[in-house]
Design a protein around this ligand. Structure first.
Ligand SMILES: [Zn+2]
Ligand SMILES: [Zn+2]
Length: 249
């Protein structure tokens, strides 16, 4: 793979090893951009591509939740602005030979799409959340304000759906206040999930049920929770941000 690209081998190695988490946690595929046939797809940031010496895909662009470029503040695009093709940067054999910066269908240069930054707090928070989610995936675990133990990655979709902000150990502040009753439940679940170990991480369905009596339900089918988290935490806020940006114009 390193042949024919001008990227240092270490970069490519890093790219490949990042997908180890996906092999160990099958449910993570739910957060990958995939075609209907299940082939890999990628979003792109025109502004990032334009700044590249050698235009190349980013690991993060493969993720469905990666909606905003943290560097440029603009939306991550998934369709070709010139021909509306829904898969302009297909991640297939043909495209694995970087550099590339053209739409796979019409050939339009994707680096020169004029895309403005979405300047508002919500957009900045979204970008921050994306980064935190990616860090949790790569570390296969995360921290939560008020919980001392490391939380297994398999609990991320449900806790995102419940409104939490995952954080790095080094980060001092949390963006959300979590219901203390939820924290008790999380503490109990960490033990259960760790006891199941790899079995849990490779299972597509988490059978446990949340307690609905006065508490936020945060357990259930992990695939469904992946979709709920995506919708609630990324799609809806982004829709609001885009509507606001539209009205400002
Ligand atoms: Zn960018
Ligand atoms: Zn095109």
């Amino acid at each position: 793979m390193a042949q024919g690209t001008n990227l240092p081998p270490a970069t490519l190695q890093g790219f490949v090893s990042r997908f180890d988490a996906f092999r160990r946690n099958r449910w993570l595929r739910r957060w990958l951009r995939l075609s209907e046939r299940g082939t890999a797809r990628s979003g792109f940031c025109p502004n990032c591509l334009r700044q590249d010496v050698v235009p190349h895909l980013r690991f993060e662009w493969r993720m469905r939740y990666w909606m905003i470029c943290p560097t440029h503040g603009n939306r991550i695009l998934t369709i070709c602005p010139a021909c509306q093709f829904s898969d302009p940067v297909a991640v297939d054999d043909q495209h694995s030979a970087v550099p590339f910066a053209g739409c796979g269908k019409c050939g339009a240069d994707l680096r020169f799409v004029g895309l403005a930054a979405l300047k508002c707090d919500t957009a900045a928070q979204l970008a921050q959340l994306q980064v935190a989610v990616t860090a949790a995936i790569l570390q296969e675990g995360f921290s939560l304000e008020g919980i001392e133990e490391r939380i297994p990655l398999a609990m991320l979709p449900s806790l995102l759906a419940a409104g939490i902000e995952p954080r790095d150990r080094n980060e001092s502040q949390s963006l959300s206040r979590v219901d203390p009753r939820l924290l008790d439940d999380v503490r109990r679940s960490i033990g259960q999930v760790n006891a199941l170990g790899r079995l849990y991480a490779s299972a597509d369905v988490v059978a446990s049920r949340g307690n609905t009596r006065g508490r936020r339900v945060w357990k259930g089918d992990i695939g469904r929770l992946c979709e709920i988290a995506l919708k609630q935490r990324f799609r809806w806020p982004l829709a609001v941000v885009e509507l606001d940006a539209h009205q400002r114009q």
